[in-house]
Ligand binder design. Structure first.
Ligand code: NCD
Ligand code: ZN
Ligand code: ZN
Length: 406
């Protein structure tokens, strides 16, 4: 193939380690076809899909069923997480055999039926993941504390969007971060903190790293681009677990990117139906919204504003995720690597336009957000998956299995 990239930037395809493409069982929100089309249009060539589906992916049998279900629909390459649940340590090894990219531990209440496992169950799961040399990715919020705060706020009659932020004070995150890092160090597990949202959480990670603990940290595009003023403009559309935080936290996350404390930026692409996104009662509303198609344009815009560099984007969204999850051939454009790349017009100006997006539903709080930088074309293993005509070709995405490093 000859590709004309005159005047364009060529970047390695993005590796988004945090998406919810909702299969099985929640396809009214998204499916693997629409989710991976949105990824391709966003310059994302590899995704890691989360297991909080219906049913959750917590057994080898469920993992294989999901693989069979989604593989034929994938327009980009994908890894799948299994669940680290209350009593499934034995299944973790079996899911590893099927190529699980890692295991998700939900410590705090979020979409799906995710009660936090008890500490002994967590520890057994961490050991099982360590034996397979696979990452455990954690949603770090203390479930008991946040449910108590929700109960109190409900009893007080609050139903406004900001009550969600009030239900999750920073120590709800800091406590869970501290506990899980402590356990994972003992179990010798590769630990990744998904969607760290608070300055206090990041400071705690820094302290624990200084004491010798090893952990990787992710921030979301959403936690970098929105502060709590977004509750006034967007209401429950920006409900997110963990919540959109005050501006001081957002500033600390950006500073953490500048200092190298943040390893990965991801989307937490978490679609819901338009009716669910319009829910007025904060306690009935779902957390999460789409993001896989807007991540790169938004980050390029931030780069044009000098908030980070294009090299930072490549490291945080492509190189480091591929390394950390041991994805062979991904995250770099060197001889022998997969030819997953994206052509970017760094000077293109525009706005986020939901009408031109590819998710099942395109309700997004970024609608109308000014952009500087656009995805022109995306290539997966050397062949076009997106260009100016739209999504090109049949689904050719493959499962990415982590290289064993034991
Ligand atoms: C996610 C979802 O809807 O699956 N929602 C969210 O608010 N982030 C789940 C999650 O990542 O916690
Ligand atoms: Zn989460
Ligand atoms: Zn998520």
């Amino acid at each position: 193939t000859v590709v004309d990239a005159t005047g364009l930037l060529v970047l390695p395809g993005l590796v988004d380690v945090h998406v919810h493409f909702r299969e099985p069982g929640m396809t009214e929100k998204e499916d693997f076809g629409s989710g991976t089309r949105a990824a391709a249009a966003g310059g994302v060539t590899t995704v890691v899909d989360m297991p909080n589906t219906f049913p959750p992916v917590a057994t080898a049998e469920g993992f294989q069923q999901k693989l069979d279900l989604v593989a034929p629909k994938a327009h980009v390459d994908f890894g799948l997480y299994g669940m680290l649940g209350q009593d499934n340590a034995a299944e973790i090894g079996a899911m590893a055999e099927l190529g699980a990219m890692g295991f998700k531990l939900f410590m705090g209440q979020t979409t799906g039926d995710n009660r936090c496992p008890d500490d002994a169950a967590i520890y057994r799961g961490l050991e099982a993941a360590a034996a397979a040399d696979l990452v455990v990715g954690v949603h770090a919020e203390n479930d008991h504390l946040l449910r108590m705060f929700i109960d109190r706020l409900r009893a007080s009659g609050r139903t406004d969007p900001r009550a969600h932020l009030a239900s999750r004070p920073t120590f709800v995150e800091v406590e869970a971060v501290t506990r899980i890092i402590t356990l994972a160090t003992e179990a010798r597990t590769k630990l990744h903190i998904h969607h760290l949202s608070t300055g206090a959480g990041l400071r705690r990670v820094r302290d624990l790293r200084a004491a010798g603990h090893r952990v990787s940290v992710e921030t979301l595009v959403a936690h970098l681009f929105f502060d709590d003023s977004a509750y006034d403009t967007h209401g429950n559309l920006v409900k997110l677990n963990p919540p959109i935080r005050p501006a001081e936290d957002v500033a600390e996350l950006w500073a953490g990117i500048g200092r190298g404390d943040v390893d990965v930026i991801a989307t937490d692409h978490a679609p819901h139906t338009p009716a669910e996104q319009a829910e007025q009662d904060v306690w009935r509303a779902y957390g999460g919204f789409i993001g896989v198609e807007t991540m790169l344009p938004l980050l390029l815009t931030a780069a044009a504003e000098g908030r980070l560099t294009v090299e930072d984007i490549v490291r945080l969204c492509s190189y480091t995720p591929a390394q950390r999850w041991s994805m062979p051939g991904k995250g770099r454009l060197t001889p022998g690597a997969d030819a997953d790349f994206v052509l970017v017009d760094a000077d293109a100006t525009g706005v986020v336009d939901p009408a031109r997006m590819h998710s099942r539903h395109n309700v997004t709080p970024y609608a109308g957000h000014p952009l500087r930088g656009a995805v022109v074309a995306t290539y997966l293993r050397g062949e076009s998956v997106f260009d100016k005509s739209g999504i090109t070709g049949a689904p050719r995405g493959r499962q990415v299995r982590p290289a064993r490093q034991v």
